[in-house]
Design a protein. Structure first.
Length: 74
């Protein structure tokens, strides 16, 4: 899965806010087709923000270096 770049979070928030304003304008003007298209774009922007929120932020996990065992298994 491709993850959005965390550095672009502010831009995604800006896009989401702009879409919300455009939806409100389209509803005021009665542009129903425009409203539906903007809602689809809004769902996409919110989905990308949700991906960023779910992304682990702990960084790199050191799992150590495996060692060879000289012990034989029964």
């Amino acid at each position: 899965m491709l993850w959005p770049d965390p550095a672009q979070r502010d831009r995604l928030v800006e896009i989401r806010d702009n879409l919300l304003a455009r939806i409100a304008e389209a509803e005021r003007e009665g542009w129903l087709g425009e409203v539906e298209g903007l809602k689809i774009s809004l769902a996409g922007a919110e989905g990308k923000l949700a991906q960023l929120d779910r992304r682990p932020t702990g960084g790199v996990v050191d799992l150590g270096i495996p060692t060879a065992s000289t012990k034989s298994w029964p």
